[in-house]
Design a binder for this molecule. Structure first.
Ligand code: PGA
Ligand code: ZN
Length: 419
């Protein structure tokens, strides 16, 4: 079915900053809408998120240029195309942009149209979005793998000032047999963690991704309290519920190549940092470490992989930025065994699919992820089910922009159960 209209506008994300919404109309009059998210601890190698820089509006964060690019440049080129030709549509936009990092049109502009086309095609075909995504991947559309959620219940780093240096501490319900059970367990552990924090006299206000953000004094303390919360919830640490972290280490990497754990008043070398992680893995059911080292510390990642790669998911986020060129390098040098997947890091659905396919071929895990600045758009919930990667990272058990994704996953699961 042909695309008959594309119209973009400025809306707000979960941090109250402007972002791009795209409304797409098909020739039969049906419409879909998509909104792009936005990161805070962004990798330097990410595609460019176009912002106006006009200090008189939204402190320079307006996205009217990106909106204008959609309405005046992308729309005329895409209108009339078959909405099911995803690759052709995405390639057309890349061609129009003409830069390596989407600096002309903006990755936010391109991605909002790209996602809207996927939704439009599913609607045109009269099938669920996750099923259409599975078709795009060439996956089996008769059986689906629901993901293990990685639930970020303690927020630090750039997502919660004055908390831990490590950016995220996550529950991973590895023993749950459904999304519904995963969500229930994680919600119970989240609330029990809140009770523990309260009893100890710590704050239970939340950070950007809906996790608590107390100043616990060390980067290890959260792991200890999370194990207590798992036990308090009647679950077995390591069997029912495991732990993951996102160090987002680029954020505390220093100019002289060290790692500054400011909350502890310690500066470590890359090797000392890896030793610290190794110690945690011995003591806690920690099975996933994301961005354990800085985004260009390829050798550090390789050392982490050599030392701990058989025990944990060693995840590259800022390291790869969902970019096949960087992923290819990582695969060649065995820098990690897992990749974080963020659509807006690369800026189109087709390129995102290609990154996941490359990771699959290299037997790496792919974790589909939200951004710290999110929206009510639940695209990634359907995307992870269709892609079948088995893991999703979409925040804590609070804040509706996070919960919206869990609710959508539960709806998908119920729909699949009833079939
Ligand atoms: P960001 O954080 O969206 O602020 O980049 C998420 C992450 O680092 O995984
Ligand atoms: Zn990350």
């Amino acid at each position: 079915m042909k695309i008959s209209q594309i119209k973009a506008q400025e809306v707000l994300d979960s941090r109250g900053n402007p972002t791009v919404e795209c409304d797409l109309t098909l020739e039969n009059g049906m419409t879909v809408m998509s909104i792009v998210p936005s990161g805070a601890s962004t990798g330097v190698h990410e595609a460019l998120e176009l912002r106006d820089g006009d200090a008189n509006r939204y402190l320079g964060k307006g996205v009217l240029k990106a909106v204008e690019n959609i309405n005046t440049k992308i729309a005329p080129a895409i209108i009339g195309m078959d909405v099911e030709n995803q690759e052709e549509i995405d390639n057309k936009m890349l061609e129009l942009d003409g830069t390596e990092n989407k600096a002309n049109l903006g990755a936010n502009a391109i991605l909002s149209v790209s996602m809207a086309c996927v939704k439009g095609a599913a609607l045109a075909k009269g099938i669920p979005l996750y099923q259409y995504v599975a078709e795009l991947f060439g996956n089996d559309t008769t059986s689906y793998k629901m993901p293990v959620p990685m639930v970020n219940v303690l927020n630090g780093g750039k997502h919660a000032i004055k908390s831990s240096d490590v950016q995220e501490y996550m529950f991973m319900p590895i023993g749950a047999n459904s999304i519904q059970q995963s969500v229930q367990w994680c919600a119970e552990c989240f609330h029990n963690l809140g009770k523990i924090l309260k009893e100890l006299g710590f704050a239970t206000s939340v950070g950007d991704e809906g996790g608590y953000a107390p100043s616990l004094g060390t980067n290890e303390k959260p792991l200890e309290l999370m194990v207590q919360a798992i036990e308090k919830s009647g679950l077995t640490p390591g069997k029912d519920m495991a732990l993951g972290i996102d160090a987002a280490a680029s954020e505390f990497y220093t100019e002289d190549g060290k790692y500054n754990l400011a909350s502890e008043g310690r500066v470590l070398t890359g090797e000392e940092l890896v030793d610290m992680y190794a110690g945690w893995i011995e003591k806690y059911p920690l099975i996933s470490i994301e961005d354990g080292l800085s985004e260009d510390d390829w050798d550090g990642f390789k050392k982490l992989e050599e030392k701990l790669g058989d025990k944990i998911m060693n995840v590259g986020d800022d390291l790869y930025v969902t970019n096949v060129k960087r992923l290819e390098k990582g695969i060649e040098m065995h820098a990690s065994n897992s990749i974080l997947i963020k659509l807006n890091q690369i800026g189109s659905v087709t390129e995102t699919i290609n990154a996941i396919k490359m990771a699959n071929e290299a037997n790496m895990h792919s974790i589909v992820s939200h951004r710290s600045g999110e929206t009510e758009d639940t695209f990634i919930a359907d995307f992870v089910v269709g892609a079948g990667t088995g893991y999703i990272k979409t925040g804590s058990m609070s804040r509706s922009e996070r919960i919206a994704k869990y609710n959508r996953l539960m709806r998908i699961e119920r729909e699949l159960e009833s079939k």
